[in-house]
Ligand binder design. Sequence first.
Ligand SMILES: [Zn+2]
Ligand SMILES: [Zn+2]
Length: 444
Amino acid sequence: MALALQSRAYDGEAALARWMRSPAYKAWRAGVESVKGCLRPVRLIGKWEVRHAATGALVASRRGRVWAACGTRRAAVCPTCADRYAADAWHLIHAGLSGGKGVPDTVSRSPRLFVTLTAPSFGPVHSRPGRRPCSCGRWHPDGYPLLGSPVDPDSYDYTGAVLWQAHSGALWHRFTIALRRSIAGAGGLTVRESGEHVRISYAKVAEYQARGLVHFHAIVRADGPSGPGSSPPVWLTPDVLADAVRSAAASVQLGTVRPDGTPLILRWGAQVDVKDITVTDIAGDGDQAVTDTQLAAYIAKYATKGTGATDTGDRRIRSQLDIDQLRVSDHHRAMIQTAWDLGGLDQYAELKLRHWAHMLGFRGHFLTKSRIYSTTFKHLRAERQAHQLQAALTDAGLSDNTDVIVINNWRILGIGYDTPEQLELAAAIGDRIRATRQKRKEVQ
Ligand SMILES: [Zn+2]
Ligand SMILES: [Zn+2]
């Protein structure tokens, strides 16, 4: 066995060395570097042209082969692209906290809360409650593999858990409506009247817990009637906002049915965490517990995580055989199996549970925000593209307000890498690029 492994490793090294000496290597390497070591790049052939709008004269062009990064959110699929996603998520969240990217700085004076809404219990799970033992009667060490798994899998309400997860996005939506109602009530106003005094916006991320259910972490901000540039009414203090969040979270419910027709009422878990993150550190003496920068980083990090069920990316389930072959914990398998089974029932057709079985029934987006919270991913990407276009115009000796037409005409040649050696090498290049970038950040 040891011999076989050794010779395989040797073959890999030989193949790698052969590839690095081959004539195609240089162009390939440039491709990998152009996508910063993306692990699933899309290789394209075609042309990109920038033409003067009035005369049609060619300003800049590129033809031949180009690589495009996969752009995934999930770190387990492609660390390079997940890094970029996290960076964009950071900008998006940070702008809503401190201003920037088109959001006025005054936004940092609006009452802001960091809110965590949890899933309710569907049966006792192995846990580390701290001062007392787990509900199974034992004390578990940190990293105990069964943390989050049911103490009694046979009586655990898997159906309830999956149906809750599938409706969690809708539950959040109801929460935002209840919150507006609750705030209006606090000011002695109707919901409609309150729109002339206050606008509520939020950015939220979903994070899987060990028990396979998501928590929502959200920044909830109260602005004046015209959004981040305007001041909210004086009566809307962070405390009033926090009370409104708690009462809205407690009141929200959503009714569905179990497969046998028994009603099932879905709610948030009792554990609702609300922290005031409105800037209190006006003196600048560093007394504020968490800075906007740290908080934005904390939230952005969640956006690149998957279910935690597997070490690799969470892959879509297409058949019962896929489930049987998964290398996941019994608990995650039971969540996926339940989602798959419920997904086969007509009454849940619109939940598309088979499509979302690999996400343990969660169908929502990992990062969502209300329109007025801050900038968007689309805007951040467009900004990057505009930057590239401007560089091309500068190269051609034109000013950046020249009217131009950009023509893209590309065909896909392939996705990902052809051999395990190429993949390995690309991963190493990506690691190195990220390490360099990280070091530069630390120096700044
Ligand atoms: Zn990628
Ligand atoms: Zn236990």
